[in-house]
Ligand binder design. Structure first.
Ligand SMILES: [Zn+2]
Length: 238
């Protein structure tokens, strides 16, 4: 474990996460709706996608705690990946993936959606370089394990999504498939932990949302944050 790598990764993750609220606010729209072009509170048009801090200056004072949590989660996830993988090419692939994960969690918490374009970028940013790296360095076995991980997650989460009840959506199945590939690439222990942990984490997340009145007993709790947190901890444990 290299402390400078952990610190650099955490600082990068925290700093980059500070830019996510506006992107999340713009992408947290219902299915088939184009990205939000104006602030939902003051109706002023968003001048662009890039802003450090709250999505709009008008919400800066009210959303300070949420921004702090976003930065803390970005820093923690990146620092944990730095501690797990050290200064490797794998870390360079997983750091941007972790930020996309934080973005997906923010969007899912806002509108219970995991937008296809973001999941597609996450898939392209992980599956392509990991596959290319495995083929280049003669690690076909690792690639095979990654494919098994993706297929396992695809089948398992499709079955869960088909079960009666307002549980998982198709977005969760697609995200789980991408995460299954990454976990399989990391190893069997990571894949096993990544398959089990989201279901253990989802309970406390649901409780937190109920206690903070972000959800009630009738609203379904988004599963994306649990999937992503489970995959992160699975990678760290594997
Ligand atoms: Zn505003």
């Amino acid at each position: 474990m290299s402390v400078p790598v952990i610190v650099c990764a955490a600082v990068f993750g925290g700093a980059a996460a500070a830019f996510l609220p506006r992107v999340a606010a713009r992408l947290a729209v219902s299915h088939g709706t184009p990205p939000r072009s104006a602030c939902a509170h003051c109706t002023k048009p968003f001048p662009g996608w890039v802003r450090a801090g709250a999505a709009c200056p008008c919400t800066e004072a009210r959303t300070g705690t949420r921004l702090l949590w976003t930065v803390v989660v970005g820093a923690f996830a990146s620092g944990l990946l730095g501690a797990t993988f050290g200064a490797t090419a794998l870390l360079l692939i997983l750091l941007p993936a972790a930020l996309l994960g934080v973005l997906l969690a923010l969007i899912d918490l806002r509108c219970r959606r995991l937008p296809n374009p973001v999941v597609a970028v996450l898939a392209a940013g992980t599956v392509l370089p990991l596959s290319a790296g495995a083929l280049l360095f003669g690690e076909a076995g690792r690639l095979g394990r990654a494919v098994v991980g993706a297929v396992l997650c695809l089948v398992a989460y499709t079955i869960i999504a088909l079960l009666p009840g307002d549980g998982l959506g198709l977005g969760d199945v697609k995200l789980a498939t991408v995460l299954g590939f990454v976990l399989g690439f990391a190893g069997w222990p990571a894949l096993a932990a990544g398959l089990v942990l989201p279901h253990l984490i989802n309970g406390p997340i649901a409780l937190f949302l109920l206690v903070t009145r972000r959800a009630n007993r009738r609203t379904a709790v988004p599963f994306g944050p649990a999937l992503l947190a489970g995959a992160l901890l699975g990678l760290a444990a594997g």
